[in-house]
Ligand binder design. Structure first.
Ligand code: SAH
Ligand code: SF4
Length: 363
């Protein structure tokens, strides 16, 4: 049997992941919990021995039972524009990635929710990798903590999170929500919900669940086409979920949260960049408090599609604006290190291989 068939069992690892706990659930009595939370989320230490205002005995006991870091290895790839791509080797040997973007005094991280992705969108390098596994809540949170540590800043200095890395967050919603709750918790990262954006390919039941949870985070929908026929050519999940069904869920999300929804649209030459598609898109979004984010295609080796040239992107944007749809163009950052959408992982073919832990690692 291939190693890959072995399921990931975080409980079989030597120590328990402390980042899975809410600040209330942290070990210790009374104010000890708040002290530990402060060390983890405000100071960003990665060893219990550094929690210097805890009695030595407690620090040692904590280190016997719990682990902070979820990564065997953290590799950083700086880009010329100031963003840094991080490649994380998880404790089971699988890999995932995140991007740090310290622009305009707004420190932002782009986090992954999975290793690879099962959705298989044709234009996406992560989709080409296939599905590795879901990330745990601890692994999602620790991407941010490890980046802050590497950057020498407090985790709380990172004020913006986008869940736009590897994976489809609404297909791993339980773990994503757990991580988001710690980001929002006043004793956790104390973030504002408006500064957390979850990007989805469009899974209606996940959007309804997110609306019910009512955490106040922002939703971005990867629409990429205004009609089902075009959408099915580039997004396999479009066969299961027609645009009308997704839009109904998005309207419910808006009705509940009153948060303006962003529609992401990557322009692909000859596929979704015709003027009629811009007009159809604006009809679809009329009356909704929507914002369109046009994304130039980020090329990757072997990609079966081509991006629309800049002039075409600007023309598409003009057409939308003429129809009264608020539109922005997100010219890519970090392209030279593939700091977008699964590209670094694609360049390292071992990304999805599974290194089993030694048998004696469990307890
Ligand atoms: N799975 C989620 C979140 C991760 S992808 C989703 O699909 O929304 C984040 C965004 O990048 C999505 O809008 C996705 O469609 C887009 N994207 C993926 N690969 C891209 C590429 N090569 N060039 C431009 N945009 C891409
Ligand atoms: Fe998955 Fe999003 Fe990539 Fe589609 S675009 S394959 S949903 S990560």
């Amino acid at each position: 049997m291939a190693d890959d068939a072995r399921p990931f069992r975080p409980e079989a690892l030597p120590m328990k992941p402390i980042l899975e706990l809410t600040p209330e659930e942290l070990p210790g009595e009374g104010y000890r919990k708040a002290q530990i939370a402060h060390w983890l989320y405000a100071r960003g230490v990665r060893e219990f021995s550094e929690m210097t205002d805890l009695p030595r005995g407690l620090r040692e006991a904590l280190a016997q039972e719990w682990r902070i870091s979820e990564f065997a290895l953290v590799e950083a790839y700086p880009s010329r524009d100031g963003s840094v791509k991080y490649l994380f080797t998880l404790l089971d040997g699988k890999k995932t990635e995140a991007v740090y973007m310290p622009y305009e005094n707004r420190k932002t991280v782009c986090l992954s929710s999975m290793v690879g992705c099962p959705a298989g969108c044709t234009f996406c390098a992560t989709g080409a990798l296939g599905f590795g596994r879901n990330l745990t809540a601890a692994e999602i949170l620790d991407q941010l903590l490890a980046i802050a540590y590497h950057q020498g800043i407090s985790p709380r200095e990172i004020r913006n999170v986008v869940l736009m890395g590897m994976g489809e967050p609404l297909l791993n919603l339980t773990n994503v929500l757990k991580a988001v709750r710690t980001m929002l918790h006043p004793k956790g990262l104390a973030m504002s919900p408006r500064r957390i954006t979850l990007s989805t390919v469009g899974i209606p039941r996940g959007i309804y669940r997110l609306a019910e949870e009512d955490l106040g985070i922002r939703l971005a929908l990867s629409l990429h086409a205004p009609d089902d026929e075009t959408r099915k050519k580039i997004i396999p999940t479009a066969h299961r979920y027609p645009i009308a069904e997704i839009m109904e869920a998005v309207r419910a999300y808006y009705a509940k949260t009153k948060r303006r929804v962003t529609f992401e649209y990557t322009l692909l030459q000859g596929l979704n960049d015709h003027p009629w598609q811009a007009r159809l898109l604006s009809r679809l979004l009329k009356g909704l408090s929507a914002h369109v984010n046009l994304i130039p295609f980020n090329p990757w080796p072997g990609a079966p599609v081509k991006g629309t040239p800049k002039a075409g992107i600007l023309a598409f944007a003009e057409e939308l604006k003429r129809q009264g749809i608020p539109t922005s163009v997100r010219f890519s950052r970090g392209q030279d290190v593939g700091a977008a959408c699964g590209q670094l992982a694609l360049r390292t073919p071992q990304a999805l291989t599974f290194k089993p832990l030694p048998e004696d690692a469990g307890r």
